[in-house]
Design a protein around this ligand. Sequence first.
Ligand code: ZN
Length: 138
Amino acid sequence: MKSYRKELWFDIKSRRELINITPFVNQCLSESGIKEGLCLVNAMHITASVFINDDESGLHHDFEVWLEKLAPEKPYSQYKHNGFEDNADAHLKRTIMGREVVVAITNGKLDFGPWEQIFYGEFDGMRRKRLLVKIIGE
Ligand code: ZN
């Protein structure tokens, strides 16, 4: 069995951001040389998510509005976590959107359903952040 590991770094300029990372994961898969197996992609921060959904701007706006209804950023004082930090909402948003995805690899390709794309969701950005790609198989 082959094993491949890579950390991908992103310079996140705003507090919240969605990045379609599918091209980067495809690059990793190509580098790995693995044709049959599993690909795990996870955020390496507890205020960020990796999830699979549609690359459609209206939906991305809807995610932002929906997450702000569930866990509004402000007022910061509404959260007990916000003693020395102001990112309680980001921890909650991350929990809803998930930590990681696993995608099957078949014939050297990510075996997606229609319209599936992998996203990195940042909820407490404005600094460099990273995610992990781990691919196993043969
Ligand atoms: Zn925190």
